[in-house]
Design a protein. Structure first.
Length: 120
């Protein structure tokens, strides 16, 4: 899995590509998010457009990251998860803990940063 992290205003955008599964993919994601979580009120957008599969380890990493972000006054918002990812999160009752948006720009603007985001 590939991970691209960039910052737009105060919002970190984490774009994932490939299978989000146990092993290096989850470890790299956790490491990237842990760096962002060192900030106060971390605002994170996770773009799942190119994630073709996610196992329980990937789901666990998202949930742990959301919990940690909320404890610091921030949040993680998801962008364009695949139908399979949405079904999996719904099945385990976890979709409701995330805001889901169709574009990076919508998710970035939902943080209320007051900065217009470029469409992705």
């Amino acid at each position: 899995m590939d991970i691209d992290v960039h910052k737009h205003a105060q919002v970190h955008v984490v774009k994932l590509r490939g299978a989000f599964r146990l092993g290096p993919a989850v470890e790299v994601f956790r490491g990237s998010v842990d760096e962002i979580l060192s900030e106060s009120e971390p605002q994170i957008v996770v773009n799942l457009t190119e994630v073709n599969s996610m196992d329980s380890s990937g789901i666990g990493a998202l949930v742990r990251s959301q919990t940690a972000a909320k404890q610091k006054g921030g949040a993680i918002k998801l962008v364009n998860p695949s139908k399979l990812v949405v079904q999996t999160l719904t099945l385990v009752g976890l979709l409701k803990i995330f805001e889901v948006h169709t574009t990076d720009a919508d998710a970035i603007q939902s943080f209320g940063t007051g900065v217009q985001a470029a469409s992705s």
